[in-house]
Design a protein around this ligand. Structure first.
Ligand code: HEM
Length: 219
């Protein structure tokens, strides 16, 4: 319990730090006009990498195969932590666009699919995946109320949301043509595909006996 509060505190401190830095930039007349766009790009990649780590950890929790790399209780804790951390970085990815002078967004354009005039389809894909991640993260804390089966079904949305985010990054991003960006998308995408395939192949063999991870999840 204490660990959860420490993690939540760390996440909140990070978001507060980011928001106060943004507020200072917004009020500073000397601020460069592209600063908010750069923040959007940097935090977009950071959020993507944190979500990638989150997916990998979530897939590791489900199988014994990686127990020698990381014990499942630590993967499980980190899985929860990275979900909240990613949402913090996403706030820093999205809200600076309100202050951008290069291509300013309105609140509607930020949250209503296809309302954006900038790359509308690929921004809509980002918005839909954001909703997917928010639902998956929030429902984690309501498992007892919604039941294990419904919770699991909702959790599967994260697979679709991850691949939608990949498309959003590739087609909405300005850095997608850079070699480092291409490598990042390919390596992370292939790793998540491989882990997902091995998770579903393992599913049959682990279904019979309740795993230790399932006991941790029910904790
Ligand atoms: C309301 C939802 C979202 C909005 C309005 C939004 C907005 C944007 C915009 C305007 C760009 C283009 C920046 C550029 O020109 O480089 C972008 C790129 C990007 N976004 Fe999002 N985004 C959203 C959700 C997400 C989510 C959920 C993720 C991942 C966790 C994400 C990760 C990225 C990445 C990796 C890029 C590429 C950055 C680059 O190439 O420099 N976005 N987003």
């Amino acid at each position: 319990m204490l660990r959860r509060w420490v993690m939540a505190g760390l996440g909140a401190a990070l978001v507060l730090f980011g928001v106060s830095a943004l507020a200072r930039l917004a009020l500073d007349p000397q601020a460069q006009s592209h600063v908010f766009w750069y923040i959007n790009r940097a935090t977009g990649f950071t959020a993507y990498l944190v979500l990638f780590a989150n997916m990998v950890l979530g897939l590791m929790v489900k199988t014994k195969r990686y127990d020698n790399i990381a014990p499942r209780w630590s993967s499980f804790d980190l899985h929860q932590f990275t979900a909240l951390l990613a949402l913090g970085f996403l706030a820093l990815h999205i809200f600076p666009l309100l202050f951008d002078s290069f291509s300013p967004f309105t609140l509607t354009q930020l949250f209503v699919p296809l309302a954006s005039t900038y790359r509308p389809l690929w921004i809509a894909v980002g918005i839909i995946s954001l909703y997917g991640f928010v639902v998956v993260t929030v429902t984690f804390y309501f498992r007892a109320q919604i039941g294990q089966r419904a919770w699991r079904a909702i959790h599967y949305v994260s697979f679709a949301a991850f691949f939608l985010v990949l498309l959003h990054g590739v087609f909405a991003g300005s850095d997608s043509q850079e070699l480092w960006a291409k490598l990042t998308y390919w390596v992370t995408g292939v790793i998540v595909c491989m882990l997902t395939a091995s998770r579903f192949l393992d599913a049959g063999s682990t279904a019979a006996a309740p795993s230790r991870a399932r006991r941790v999840v029910k904790d």
